[in-house]
Design a protein around this ligand. Structure first.
Ligand code: NAP
Length: 523
């Protein structure tokens, strides 16, 4: 497919008129063709008008048709073949196996949401039948279902050019819920975005859906992004990126005459706890697992283990030495963009003034290569300096040495909200771990035992969320099928004649849903 450098507003290719950007291959610092001119408020207006026009029709598509649409998107993405892989590699510096894996995850996500849509559990149908003879007052017939919020603005992420961008988790869950989607492409990978955007638009056409179900805009966050968030026809926002970007979108959404939810996934340092018995028994293996998780994908994962917490002593010293030795053999890796590389270098130099450097990876051999770093500090310094828990996006981690279990607890209480908290423990550590759990449940969205936080399974039970600043709304997840709930709200229908009820609520239960019927879950 020839890349055109144009936006997609419904089925129309529209060139932007603002300053153009070109993707930069971070491995070579060479700009890639074509140029993508940015959109304007006028383009936002066109896309929102189209999305709003499509909403009432799209939200009532039969479940099977909507599921088929999601599957068709996955098929169309696969049909892009190697062209998509090559372009994504060139725009991100990520290696082929990673991009291939991410394409697999993206298509799996779409197909998983197709299964979810078909099953219909997310409609959460609740029925309280009429009790005309109830004393002292009769009860009406009351029926509840979930309806989609309306058109959703999605901001593509820099670190997941496929799985959290144009047809990634936010888009898949919003489309599954019945919401049209307008994507603001990330400027780091416009060509990848165009390829995937055209695959989605093709699926819209093949499935006979209204044009406005999907649009793709390019341009600046401050112009196109804020205009999207502020448009009265946009009813929710999905975002993955920096804390400052997420907060700016939340503030814009809250300042609207009609405020809307922003599901922003922002910043997390993902504490890893090394409990004493586990640390003594297998410090070397823990160091290997830790360094592998830290350096995977140049550390550019929101679940990267950026903080290690343990009681000081010989076992921890041995772990630090082992990790530092392993790190010394770890090659510097190309980061996603020159801007992200610079932010990493700046973060490292700030931390190097405040903590001891315990180990470093191999020096860079080319442009934009991040050198892994391991730092060590004491709990009292960590507790006194809030800056030590700022996220450094990349392969950097800080080990906090605590005097005892009580200091481990104090450090934990001091932490900001996190996506994950990981516990490495053996049988003798269970009591100490149990004592820490209430704190960790308040702090994080996912708690892991004897694993590593990088690698987020797309499934029904996953929570990829957590208290601020991990996300802007700790009640939800952005990965897994529960992500659909972000884009729904309940409506109750009272005393409706059967013929006027939505199909999901009709008396004969034609969709064969497992309803909550007069207080009992149907089999
Ligand atoms: P970003 O700067 O937050 O950008 C993400 C998207 O939001 C872009 O489309 C951007 O538009 C838009 N945006 C940013 N600030 C905005 C604002 N004030 N108003 C409106 N729109 C705004 O994130 P990034 O480019 O992916 O990476 C920058 C840093 O974010 C990284 O160095 C890292 O620290 C952090 N990050 C964290 C995670 C995580 O999962 N925790 C993931 C990725 C990045 P423009 O392109 O016009 O700026």
């Amino acid at each position: 497919m020839t890349l055109t450098g144009t936006m997609l507003i419904g089925q129309h290719s529209i060139p932007g008129s603002r300053e153009a950007i070109r993707a930069i291959n971070p491995a070579t610092d060479i700009a890639l063709e074509p140029a993508y001119a940015g959109g304007t408020a006028e383009h936002v207006e066109q896309a929102c008008a189209l999305a709003w026009g499509a909403f009432d029709s799209y939200r009532e598509t039969p479940l099977a048709a909507r599921a088929e649409f999601l599957e068709t998107i996955a098929n169309e993405i696969e049909a892009l073949g190697d062209e998509l892989i090559e372009r994504a590699m060139a725009e991100t510096g990520l290696p082929r196996p990673r991009i291939q894996g991410e394409r697999g995850r993206t298509c799996h996500q779409l197909r998983t949401f197709a299964r979810t849509v078909r099953a219909g559990e997310w409609l959460d149908v609740r029925v309280d039948t009429a009790q005309p003879d109830r004393q002292p007052l009769p009860r009406s017939d009351l029926r509840q279902r979930q309806v989609p919020l309306g058109p959703v603005a999605v901001f593509g992420a820099s670190n997941f050019p496929l799985a959290f961008s144009v047809a990634g988790g936010d888009t898949a869950s919003a489309l599954a819920a019945g919401c049209p989607v307008i994507v603001k492409a990330h400027g780091a990978h416009p060509g990848t975005s165009e390829l995937v955007g055209r695959a989605v638009a093709k699926a819209v056409q093949q499935c006979g859906l209204p044009d406005g179900v999907f649009s793709l805009l390019y341009g600046s966050g401050r112009e196109v992004g804020i205009a999207l968030v502020c448009d009265p026809r946009i009813k929710a926002v999905g975002f993955t990126g920096s804390r400052s970007g997420g907060i700016a979108l939340c503030q814009a959404a809250q300042a609207r005459p009609e405020p809307i939810p922003v599901y922003a996934e922002m910043s997390s340092i993902n504490p890893v706890y090394l409990f004493p018995a586990a640390l003594s028994a297998r410090g070397e293996a823990l160091a290997q697992g830790f360094v592998a998780s830290l350096t995977q994908g140049a550390g550019q994962f929101c679940t990267n283990p950026g903080l290690v917490i343990a009681v000081a002593g010989q076992a921890l010293d041995h772990f630090i030495d082992s990790a530092a030795n392993l790190l010394q053999r770890s090659a510097a890796q190309v980061m996603l963009t020159p801007g992200i590389f610079k932010a990493y270098e700046d973060g490292i130099s700030v931390l190097a003034k405040q903590a001891h450097v315990a180990g470093k990876g191999l020096a860079a051999q080319g442009p934009n290569q991040g050198q892994a770093h391991l730092f060590v500090t004491h709990a009292k310094d960590f507790l006194a300096n809030h800056g030590l828990q700022a996220e450094i996006f990349g392969a950097a981690s800080l080990i906090v040495q605590c005097a005892n279990a009580d200091e481990v607890r104090q450090v934990s209480e001091h932490l900001e909200g996190q996506l994950t908290a990981t516990l490495h423990l053996d049988g003798d550590d269970l009591d100490a771990a149990r004592a820490l759990l209430p704190t960790l449940e308040r702090k994080a969205g996912r708690l892991l035992v004897n694993g590593w936080p990088t690698g987020v399974e797309v499934c029904d039970a996953m929570v990829h969320g957590g208290p601020f600043p991990a996300t802007s709304d700790s009640r939800t997840t952005s990965v897994g099928t529960a992500a659909i709930l972000r884009f729904l709200r309940p409506v109750c229908y009272q005393d409706f004649p059967d013929g006027l009820l939505p199909t999901a609520l009709q008396h004969g239960n034609p969709l064969l849903l497992r309803r909550l019927l007069d207080g009992q879950r149907e089999a």
